[in-house]
Design a protein around this ligand. Structure first.
Ligand code: PLP
Length: 380
């Protein structure tokens, strides 16, 4: 099977697999004072330094979590006080939009939702307007999971800080795929998830700037781990896998970025040339190198995906409460419901090869032609 669903989860990197396997075979609770415990604590410290290097932050600015969902909730819940307003974009992952809605409802505040343009980029005019309500937190994603569109976080931080508002970013889809330097980018907090860049599933982190006014309040109580900010026995095998994946990603980032972008462009050219009427979603340049969101004119995504079982990609729709809902992201960009229903997200990454891409293009072209012939038999 050709795997083009890296935005859902990436294959584990060999370095991460080796580190995690070693840790799984080793006994030791990182909180224990004896030798095995201290070995585990040392392995965690090393991983913390590796992730910090990838992000350009200090090791003690990181809190390990179970992933980005928890990290997003931790940041958003910590920022909220009574009556506070929050600002998010219309294309956030539910781990941000639903957390913000829940937190604001409890706090008696309002969530301001910033729209996007047709190309998926943020409406900065709406952000400026929302900032005049003096919200407690702005949470804007670094890169969109469905389209790969990148936000100008420098500008978001500048505008928000000028208005006296803290800024968090869900950088789940960007970390490990594009460079980031938190010494320059003055975010107050940032979420990341290991399984999007080759660590095991179920581990991630929240960066919290040392001198930020954002005071972390734990989601759970019961221990002093992670300086009391995230109690619970540390997931040592996951954390060392995260560290190893961060290290490998940092080492190869420059080459991987270029290689993956070329492969993505090769895929898009092949598919869009062979299938007239196929449209690409999202800003042509301001997007992740490995993401391609394509709308196949008149061809439902579920039918095309079912016609190519040898290719793993993802529909532009989310299955919620048993019903297929059109993608909120694509609708926010102004696509019609029909267009959203005919959209497939292809996402590739560090292990994708040219052979994969040529096979994938072949599968897509063949499947789309067969679906078209079945649905519109009288057209040529
Ligand atoms: N945020 C974004 C943008 C994502 O794409 C995802 C994963 O799909 C998440 C958050 C959730 O991450 P995790 O699986 O680590 O909880």
């Amino acid at each position: 099977i050709v795997y083009l669903d890296y935005n859902a989860t990436a294959p584990i990197r060999p370095e991460a697999l080796a580190a995690t396997t070693t840790a799984l075979r080793t006994v030791g609770n990182a909180s224990s004072a004896h030798g095995p415990g201290q070995e585990a604590a040392y392995a965690v410290d090393r991983a913390r330094a590796q992730v910090a290097t990838l992000l350009g932050c200090a090791a003690n600015e990181l809190i390990f979590t179970s992933g980005a969902t928890e990290a997003n909730n931790l940041a958003i819940r910590s920022a909220a006080g009574p009556g506070c307003d929050l600002v998010v974009s219309a294309v956030e992952h539910p781990a941000v939009s639903e957390a913000a809605a829940e937190v604001a409802a409890h706090a008696g505040g309002t969530v301001h939702t910033i729209g996007v343009y047709r190309d998926g980029t943020l409406r900065l005019d709406e952000l400026e307007e929302a900032l005049s309500a003096r919200p407690a937190l702005v949470s804007i994603m670094a890169a969109n999971n469905e389209t790969g569109v990148l936000n100008d976080l420098d500008l978001v931080v500048k505008l928000s800080h000028e208005a006296g508002t803290l800024v968090h970013s869900d950088a789940t889809q960007l970390v490990g795929r594009l460079p980031i330097d938190l010494r320059k980018l003055q975010l107050d907090a940032l979420s990341l998830s290991g399984h999007k860049f080759g660590a095991p599933q179920g581990v991630g982190g929240l960066f919290v700037r040392r001198d930020t006014a954002l005071a972390i309040r734990p989601l759970a109580y019961g221990g002093g781990h992670e300086r009391g900010q995230r109690p619970g026995t540390l997931n040592v095998p996951g954390i060392v896998g995260l560290g190893a994946a961060a290290d490998a990603a940092a080492c190869h980032l420059d080459q991987e970025m270029v290689r993956v972008r070329l492969l993505r462009d090769r895929f898009e050219t092949a598919v869009m040339t062979a299938l007239p009427g196929t449209r690409r979603n999202g800003h042509p340049d301001l997007r992740l190198p490995g993401v391609s969101s394509l709308t196949f004119d008149g061809l439902p995504a579920d039918a095309v995906l079912a016609a190519m079982p040898a290719l793993a990609a993802s529909e532009g729709s989310a299955c919620s409460s048993g019903a297929l809902e059109p993608s909120r992201v694509l609708l926010a960009m102004g696509l019609t419901r029909d267009e959203a229903d005919c959209t497939i997200r292809f996402s590739l990454g560090y292990a994708t090869t040219t052979v994969d891409i040529d096979d994938a293009a072949h599968h897509v072209i063949d499947a789309a032609r067969r679906v078209r012939a079945a649905l519109y038999p009288n057209t040529t």
